[in-house]
Design a protein around this ligand. Structure first.
Ligand SMILES: [Zn+2]
Ligand SMILES: [Zn+2]
Length: 375
């Protein structure tokens, strides 16, 4: 290229199950009003990146995956003066941002308080990336933050690995638990001790839950959950469904939990959770987002117990701010750093290998960092 344009690399997802490819695009000369360009200092791999790569849901390609990350501002349009929480923003600041950019002006943004369902929604790590502005996901050296993105300057003493997963997992459960309304003294059952489940455990406790019971198939995850606010971990493989429901009811004073949360990514666990709930309980569906994933529940079971069944997909910007606050405030009480890792380089192979490590359940949140950060 004769014009000496500065280029940036992205790790492109081109086809289901195929390794990532390294592509290069020119960095933008000028930013549209409200936009920010960040250099990625860390990205973390979410289960849904992995499921997209494995073809569990329709996905546009080629695309740059990755919707969790931390970056340093390298360029910003003059209109961007403050972050979403009102703090001054400058080039060089370390920030994280919302999973989406929304227009702020449509029916869902303005009237229905569901900005994550904006009619002009853009989601990081979910869009075709061979067209401008290319840098659409965190699996790349740079990310182009579009106008309408919630931006949060990070506290200096919050490490990248504590901050990166907040953009998806932690914000989503913070929003979800707000929707079903955790009350002081509530008993909460969480189905799935993955990243969402571990954050849900912390957030439920910090919102005043008295008891958190975690259900999973992996004993080491259940042990880990105890470091994140969980009181009791139950391995579902050790029980018949009937016994599990009875056990949970016994543990929650005979009535059943006030709240049950699905964070396994599989709809098949939902009926079990619904059956556990106390009369008047609330059920939250958070992660079985894959089309054709269905469950069967007798309407009788919902009606007779007067249950509330809620779903929440993504989140309003304010919940990223809340998630940052909860984690920052409690970073000495819960070992958040333990959730992320090991580290992989920001290369095509690095991202592919990070996905594979998630598949093998070797880690909850593989980390991707610039190659220079790894010797
Ligand atoms: Zn995610
Ligand atoms: Zn909108």
């Amino acid at each position: 290229m004769s014009d000496n344009k500065k280029m940036g690399k992205v790790m492109m997802f081109t086809e289901v199950n195929e390794p990532m490819e390294e592509w290069e695009f020119p960095l933008p000369d000028e930013l549209e009003p409200g936009a920010v360009l960040v250099k990625t200092s860390m990205a973390t791999v979410c289960g849904s990146d992995y499921h997209s790569w494995r073809g569990r849901r329709p996905f546009p390609t080629p695309s740059v995956l990755g919707h969790e990350g931390v970056g340093t501002i390298v360029k910003k349009s003059p209109e961007v003066k403050r972050d979403t929480a009102g703090k001054d923003l400058s080039v060089g600041d370390r920030i994280t941002w919302t999973i989406m950019a929304n227009c702020g002006n449509c029916y869902f943004c303005r009237i229905k308080d569901l900005p994550q369902k904006c009619l002009n929604l853009f989601k990081y790590g979910h869009d075709k990336s061979d067209v401008f502005p290319y840098f659409n996901g965190t699996f790349g050296e740079y990310v182009y933050l579009r106008p309408g993105t919630g931006l949060y300057k990070l506290p200096e003493d919050l490490a990248d690995e504590e901050a990166s997963p907040l953009m998806c997992a932690a914000s989503t459960v913070t929003a979800g638990l707000d929707k079903v309304g955790v009350e002081v003294g509530d008993k909460v059952v969480i189905q799935g001790a993955g990243m969402l489940g571990l954050y849900a455990s912390v957030v439920a406790k910090e919102k005043g839950a008295k008891q958190v019971i975690m259900l999973d198939k992996l004993d080491d995850r259940l042990e880990m959950a105890k470091e994140f606010g969980t009181d009791i971990g139950l391995n579902v493989d050790n029980f018949s469904e009937e016994d599990l429901i009875k056990k949970v009811k016994d543990l929650t004073g005979g009535f059943g939990p006030d709240i049950a949360v699905e964070v396994t990514g599989f709809a098949e666990v939902i009926p079990q959770g619904i059956k556990m709930l106390r009369i008047g309980g609330r059920y939250l569906i958070q992660s079985s987002v894959y089309p054709n994933d269905t469950f069967e529940v007798a309407s009788y079971d919902i009606l007779i117990k007067s249950l509330t069944i809620a779903g929440l997909h993504n989140y309003d910007s304010k919940y990223l701010g809340q998630a940052i606050d909860i984690v920052h405030k409690n970073r000495d009480r819960y070992p958040f750093k333990k959730l992320a890792g090991p580290k992989f380089p920001m290369t095509a192979d690095g991202v592919t290998n990070a996905m594979l490590s998630l598949e093998k359940k070797e880690s909850v949140r593989p980390i991707i960092v610039p190659e220079s950060e790894l010797e």
